[in-house]
Design a protein. Structure first.
Length: 278
């Protein structure tokens, strides 16, 4: 039987060129068709910033999550927009959705958070279909497919092997903005891994102040910092590195700083399954 991975854009539009690259990759790696990608047509729509309006994006996600013929759901890309549909979309899921794995990062973190809070499926932060466009993208997407199909652990974030505590991973902006909302999951006792891209250091500092000031976040087991890349200029220079900022606010909040995490907006991004590992 063919294992079908449903690819859906819950925020920004996915290009047909990217879809063609994913299809070509699948044909090369799985010539007998044991694994295939199915793209939701709504992923190619355009509605202002988004891949279709809120209703069409939510319906596309629900279609694939509830479809028993789809074995896993893989988010197409990031951008912005998942927070607009996450609560309603997850509320519309049926028992068929609970049997799937869900994988994405960046903006998709809003839906991953809502799924995790609801206890639906197996959820992970990791490379998306659009990462096929990165240099070295073949290895990146293979890492994701291995987890989506069989839950293989070869592409997991390295610290998970030695730390039995449950873990989650989020883009800093996403987790900072979803705390206190209806889709915030209970992260008590979890190792929280963070990464960020295209933000100035003063914004990193401001988000870490807000995030670590939340009572719910102060119950995590600790924070690991992934890569903070493509930092926009500060004038004058902020004077602290991303790690120094993370250490500073963790210390202020009484949260253990646990070191680096091998996650980020790049081809080296690893997979972080949410929750305890069996």
């Amino acid at each position: 039987m063919t294992f079908k991975i449903g690819i859906v854009a819950a925020s920004s539009r996915f290009s047909r060129e990217s879809a063609d690259r994913v299809s070509a990759f699948m044909a090369e790696r799985y010539p007998s068709g044991e694994v295939s990608a199915v793209f939701h047509e709504a992923s190619f729509l355009t509605h202002g910033h988004f891949a279709g309006d809120d209703e069409s994006r939510a319906r596309a996600f629900v279609d694939f999550a509830n479809d028993p013929r789809i074995d896993a759901v893989w988010f197409a890309r990031g951008g912005y927009g998942s927070c607009r549909i996450a609560e309603a979309a997850v509320a519309a899921l049926t028992p068929a959705a609970a049997k799937k794995r869900y994988l994405g990062y960046s903006d998709a973190g809003s839906i991953l958070a809502a799924l995790y809070k609801a206890g639906i499926g197996q959820v992970a932060h990791g490379p998306m279909a659009s990462d096929v466009n990165r240099r070295g993208g073949d290895q990146t997407v293979q890492r994701s497919i291995d987890w989506l199909v069989k839950g293989r652990t070869g592409g997991l974030e390295p610290s998970l092997a030695a730390d039995p505590r449950p873990a989650v991973a989020f883009n800093l902006t996403i987790i900072d903005q979803l705390v206190g909302t209806a889709i915030e999951p209970d992260l008590t006792g979890h190792v929280l891994m963070l990464e960020e891209v295209s933000e100035a250091m003063y914004r990193i500092d401001r988000m870490m102040f807000h995030l670590t000031g939340q009572a719910s976040i102060r119950r995590v087991a600790g924070i690991r910092l992934g890569r903070v890349s493509d930092v926009t200029p500060n004038d004058p220079d902020f004077g602290m590195t991303a790690e120094e900022i993370a250490r500073y606010w963790c210390a202020r909040a009484g949260i253990a700083y646990l070191g680096a995490a091998d996650i980020g907006h790049d081809a080296a991004n690893t997979v972080v399954p949410f929750g305890p590992r069996s």
